[in-house]
Unconditional design. Structure first.
Length: 477
């Protein structure tokens, strides 16, 4: 008996997140592709002689997970950090209101188009700075010489989608507006592949999939050598010491920030003066607008971007502008692959469970479906990315069939089965002492006797073992 108890305990598999290498089902395929691209550029005036060298060498190493491509591209022999610093100092000597025009004229002169089109772009989320910057580009008649690139995270406010449509018409962008989004293509497909609450449990991975990867894909596919942003120093955080011109540490692309010395009031005065379109949410107390799931109104005492991640202390950037090495990309791709594999499996598993009468529980319905339910509840708290959970699922469905076909009516009217994705849905704090979920899968029997009693299963993941355990637990007084 003692030997069996030790064996039983040893055979209880469980998963934790982030996964270890042993948890990954399929290894990534790494394909190294070297691409040499010769681009002839014209130099700026002599004061900016360090702007660019005559050649740009693109070396691309591709990592592929399902259809997700995350190339690591570094542009060599471009503007040095010293050269960027000298450019910034030179441009900052101009009056602040002239700096956007001067910088845009310089970048258009320096980064000439090649056979595939423009080599510089404006990256924008259509915030106030993005709109003001786009107006400067229009005034200089440069829209035909560039592309306007935005990332649809699939979680934007309806007002943001409305603004994008208005801006496209107002500035006559036509095909020069390029919209990139997650490879899943729609929010429905994204939630099918990664769950509806990924942002709550792994915000970094969520932002990689919805923002960082689409941005990098846009820069790579469009052959971008330099990009323009609307970031300002007065926004605080990581932006407090922004230069006008910089070299992106991720890939050596040149990044130009024409509004760094502008204040928020300067931007809004410009928008009002020229009667430019802007996001309607700004009139409702939103100072900085991102995704619906993470953006909130800011108080008058908050910093300008405080509402973007109000629930995450100290966070001020999504990662698009932060340094990210090749290993970090690999880690994100590996996690993305495992998560996608698990949630696509779970999409079908939930449908099969529902057919068998197994209740699908979320943290919002946990109290109603589990705690205050009149029946005894056997709940499987699992994680879709956990291989042990996927192995146990057929046994749990078999158990549901056994309970439904119970000829002695021992369980049919007194026991209900339920399942909950315990990674993206947490047990409410009021009941966490009774449901101490430390790993997946965790199986609990919730019994409605004189008082609520919860018992955790700790043996083989086999339907007959689980059924015998349920009988024994229900027989206890």
């Amino acid at each position: 008996m003692r030997r069996l108890r030790r064996l039983t305990k040893a055979r209880r598999p469980a998963c934790m997140w982030p996964p270890s290498s042993s948890d990954v089902f399929q290894s990534l395929v790494f394909v190294a592709v070297a691409v040499n691209l010769l681009i002839i550029v014209h130099f700026a005036p002599s004061i900016f002689s360090e702007a660019l060298s005559n050649t740009v060498d693109l070396v691309s190493s591709y990592k592929t997970a399902y259809d997700l491509h995350v190339p690591s591209i570094r542009i060599s022999n471009t503007l040095s950090e010293v050269g960027a610093r000298n450019l910034s100092e030179a441009f900052e000597k101009f009056p602040w209101e002239q700096q956007p025009t001067r910088l845009l004229s310089w970048i258009n002169l320096t980064f000439r188009p090649n056979k595939t089109g423009p080599t510089w772009v404006q990256m924008t989320s259509f915030g106030p700075q993005g709109i003001a910057l786009l107006h400067h580009i229009q005034k200089l008649d440069l829209i035909r010489h560039t592309r306007i690139v935005t990332v649809d995270t699939l979680h934007l406010f309806p007002e943001t989608y409305d603004l994008i449509a208005k801006a496209k018409d107002f500035f006559k962008l036509g095909d020069n507006l390029k919209v990139y989004k997650s490879l899943e293509g729609s929010r429905e497909n994204f939630e099918k592949a990664y769950g509806s609450k990924l942002w709550k449990v792994d915000l970094q991975l969520f932002e990689f999939l919805t923002k960082i990867e689409p941005t990098r894909r846009a820069l790579n596919e469009l052959g971008v050598l330099a990009w323009v942003t609307g970031r300002r120093r007065s926004q605080g955080g990581e932006r407090s010491h922004l230069p006008l011109v910089e070299v992106d540490q991720n890939d050596n692309r040149v990044k130009v920030n024409p509004f760094v010395v502008w204040e928020r009031e300067d931007v809004w005065k410009y928008i009002k003066k020229h009667n430019l379109p802007y996001n309607a949410l700004h009139d409702r107390g939103y100072t900085s607008i991102g995704d619906t799931i993470s953006t909130d109104k800011s108080s008058e005492f908050d910093s300008e971007r405080a509402g973007r991640w109000k629930s995450v202390a100290g966070k001020s950037e999504c990662g698009i502008h932060l340094p990210m090495n090749y290993q970090s990309l690999q880690d994100f791709v590996t996690r993305s692959k495992q998560l996608r594999h698990g949630y696509l499996w779970d999409y079908d598993a939930r449908a099969e469970a529902t057919k068998l009468g197994i209740k699908i529980v979320t943290e919002e319905t946990f109290e109603q479906d589990v705690v205050t339910s009149k029946e005894n509840i056997l709940i499987d708290i699992y994680a879709p990315w956990c291989p042990h959970c996927r192995l146990m699922d057929p046994e749990f469905r078999k158990l549901a069939s056994l309970v439904a076909s119970d000829s002695n009516h021992t369980f049919r009217n007194s026991l209900k089965l339920a399942r909950m994705d315990g990674w993206q849905n947490h047990v409410p704090a009021a009941y966490s002492d009774k449901f101490n979920v430390e790993a997946f899968p965790s199986l609990y029997l919730v019994m409605k006797k004189s008082s609520l009693r919860v018992s955790r299963y700790g043996s083989f993941h086999h339907s007959s073992f689980i059924l015998n355990w349920v009988r024994q637990e229900l027989a206890k007084r």
